[in-house]
Ligand binder design. Structure first.
Ligand code: SF4
Ligand code: SF4
Length: 467
């Protein structure tokens, strides 16, 4: 090792690789990746981008396929509406998702970051290609940035940043369509600007945010901002699959001269793996938090190995144990425990979704109202029923008192017809003979019927005088 390499080997973990000795940012001019893994990633990214931009347009039976309207508390997944009352399903789904992420990370490391994280997909397959197209190769980009301001520089920078802003605007609109639905976004576009000033401000804010992230912040999101990236350290173990440099095979590294009989390791110290890395690290230093598992260095090194007629895979997907002991990947106890937990949660969630009610009823006495003594000795209480119809059709309903004599008189209506996909408020008087109310507050059961089919039974409390 040279003195410089020795110093680097001892100090590289002391600071982020993209920061200079004086604390300034080192801009990453990553080489354009190419190779088998890059082709797989690109195919996946194009499929991903297609789904992302097309999904808000898709409707099933007039219902968006997916909509996450947080302000209105309305969520549509697979064209099924979920209400805040289904919150527990969301809570379980979130816990399941977190366990899935943990398990996935324990087994596959940062595979998510390199392959499907929106930051990586948009950066590497939308914004960086725009940069290559307008400003050329990384060497040309550096020359352009370091050079003085010329007409060519102004034109190229203007085109690039205009395209960046346009793409950011498109992404912000698509996100808005996931929140409000595409119909609402189209309506907003057609209406005068003054009608939607609030939304427009949000749209401009997010456009500028995405633009800032992809034009300037870039790899810093992965190396310093993203909390998932910061948590990797506690989730990894020695059996976690990750992008690894096979130091046993590669060291001692050294230059390769044509025709030489190699006595050193297989790494010829060409630095191609470093030059292609979008986070600017040297994977040969070992596992680092900055590695997003993008496989660019794998492709680049394989290319070098192929040219030299060496075996490929000097950098590859492998666990720390596989590199140090040669033992192939195995599913350890920690992974088994997470898998069992994940299985249990998935079953539980399936049961919750399978048994999810399409009509939810909540009945309570109207606030501030006591009981009324009616002529003939009956006691009457005023109730309010909040009935949520989660289906896409109007539902005729009847309320019946269960296990007790009495009558239900609707206020302001002869019958109940639940509007589709909405919360219906029904007010009614419940009248029962005095002698049936044995206590000051008695539990009563009200059946909710659709025709002759009972949908559910709801318990509530009825007030009466002491007997
Ligand atoms: S690309 Fe391969 S051979 Fe070249 S420096 Fe990296 S690990 Fe060594
Ligand atoms: S070290 Fe390799 S896999 Fe990790 S971010 Fe850099 S190029 Fe991608």
């Amino acid at each position: 090792m040279t003195d410089e390499e020795l110093l680097h080997a001892e100090t590289y973990r002391d600071r982020v690789s993209t920061v200079t000795d004086t604390g300034k940012r080192k801009w990453v001019y990553a080489l354009k990746p190419s190779g088998k893994w890059f082709n797989y990633r690109r195919a996946l990214a194009y499929a991903y981008l297609t789904v992302f931009f097309v999904l808000p347009f898709i409707k099933v039976n007039g219902m968006p396929f997916m909509m996450i309207n947080l302000p209105a508390g309305k969520f549509i997944l697979f064209s099924k509406i979920f209400w805040p009352q289904d919150f527990f399903i969301f809570a379980i789904a979130m816990i399941t998702f977190i366990i899935f992420i943990v398990l996935f990370t324990v087994v596959f490391g940062r595979l998510f970051c390199g392959w499907v994280c929106p930051q990586t997909v948009f950066m590497e397959f939308v914004f960086r290609p725009i940069e290559w197209l307008v400003e050329g190769t990384p060497t040309q980009q550096k020359k352009l940035n370091d050079g003085s301001t010329t007409g060519e520089k102004i034109i190229k920078k203007t085109i690039k940043h205009f395209l960046y802003l346009f793409m950011s605007f498109l992404i912000a609109n698509t996100f808005l369509a996931y929140i409000l639905g595409m119909d609402e976004v189209v309506k907003m576009i057609k209406e005068p600007i003054a009608n939607n000033l609030g939304l427009l401000t949000g749209l401009i804010f997010f456009t500028l945010l995405f633009y800032g992230v992809f034009a300037f912040v870039r790899d810093l999101i992965c190396t310093t901002v993203c909390p998932y990236g910061r948590l990797q350290g506690v989730m990894f173990d020695k059996d976690t699959m990750q992008i690894s440099y096979d130091y046993k095979r590669g060291e001692p590294r050294g230059k390769f001269k044509k025709g030489e009989t190699r006595s050193d390791g297989d790494c010829i110290n060409c630095h191609k793996c470093v030059q292609v890395c979008p986070t600017g690290i040297d994977i040969r230093d070992g596992l680092q938090m900055e590695c997003v598992g993008c496989t660019a260095c794998v492709d680049e090194c394989n290319d070098v190995m192929e040219t030299l007629h060496f075996e490929k895979g000097l950098i590859r997907y492998a666990s720390e144990n596989e590199i140090s002991t040669g033992r192939k990947f195995h599913f350890n106890n920690r992974m088994k425990a997470y898998s069992i937990l994940l299985g249990i949660l998935l079953v539980f969630m399936s049961i919750l979704i399978g048994t999810r009610k399409t009509v939810d009823t909540y009945i309570s006495r109207v606030n501030g109202q006591l009981y009324q003594e009616m002529p003939g000795g009956n006691i009457s209480n005023l109730f309010e029923a909040k009935i949520i119809n989660k289906t896409k059709e109007e539902i005729p309903l009847t309320l019946k008192l269960e296990d007790m004599d009495g009558t239900i008189r609707l206020v302001g209506a002869d019958q109940i017809r639940l509007k589709c996909e909405s919360i219906n408020i029904i007010t009614f008087f419940l009248e029962v003979p005095h002698e049936l109310l044995k206590k000051r507050s008695s539990t009563i059961r009200i059946g909710i019927y659709r025709g002759n089919e009972k949908i559910e039974t709801v318990k509530t409390k009825m007030l009466g005088p002491f007997i």
